[in-house]
Design a protein around this ligand. Structure first.
Ligand code: HEC
Length: 196
């Protein structure tokens, strides 16, 4: 084999490897990979923000074991468990002269002077979560304190007024994270607002 043939064979060999790797791995398409990474870092940032923002506290059911209370991560962000009915509120405990407000052991159901509220399902389940919401609806709801951005007022103890101060890109990141979660079907009960 002379030098020219040798270089030729070597070149064809390298070309074959390059073609094979392009054909066998779709993610090698540079544009798509770029977008994937951007989306991944948005989701990662959203995860970080909802963790330090304390959203699990009310939106994730709890487990109780020898170590005490912990988040039930198998159903994280699925909101108040639909099957957990709240007991009757005894007379005279709500308001300024009583306990003020009551909550269940999951910290997902609350009774107060405003009525009874349940933490929403924030997973992307279309029927019972926020799967049918757009990013705009999420941002508007958090900015205005209105259900889905234009409905009834969002009631306590949802601290939407803290989120109203969040930067646009942070709210986008949170929404992207919620949308990346496994959807969980959990029909959280409607609130019972006082006087209704
Ligand atoms: C102290 C408890 C509590 C914390 C902490 C909390 N939430 Fe909520 N959240 C609620 C309750 C209760 C509701 C239902 C309120 C209602 O039905 O009016 C709710 C509702 C929502 C809704 C639905 C709003 C709508 O338009 O109906 C979204 C979205 C939401 N919370 C996002 C978040 C995010 C994001 C965080 C973390 C930054 C968070 N929540 C932290 C209690 C809480």
């Amino acid at each position: 084999m002379n030098l020219k043939t040798y270089i030729g064979v070597f070149f064809i060999f390298i070309l074959a490897i390059v073609i094979y790797s392009f054909a066998s791995s779709p993610s090698i398409a540079i544009g798509a990979e770029g977008n994937g990474n951007e989306n991944k870092s948005l989701i990662e940032r959203g995860k970080y923000l909802v963790t330090i923002g304390g959203c699990h506290d009310c939106h994730t059911p709890k487990k109780f074991g020898p170590e005490g209370m912990s988040f039930d991560m198998e159903r994280h962000f699925s909101g108040h468990p639909a099957e957990d009915k709240l007991p009757e509120v005894p007379d005279g405990v709500l308001g300024m002269d009583g306990w003020g407000f009551l909550g269940n052991h999951h910290l997902t159901g609350f009774a107060g002077p405003w009525g009874i509220t349940y933490a929403a399902n924030l997973t992307p389940d279309e029927e019972t979560g926020i799967g049918s919401w757009t990013e705009e609806m999420f941002i508007k709801a958090m900015r205005t304190g209105q259900h889905m951005g234009e409905g009834r007022p969002i009631m306590p103890p949802m601290p939407w007024f803290n989120l109203a101060e969040a930067k646009e890109e942070d709210l986008k990141a949170m929404f992207a994270y919620f949308m990346s979660l496994p959807p969980i079907h959990n029909p959280v009960p409607e609130p019972v607002l006082r006087g209704k």
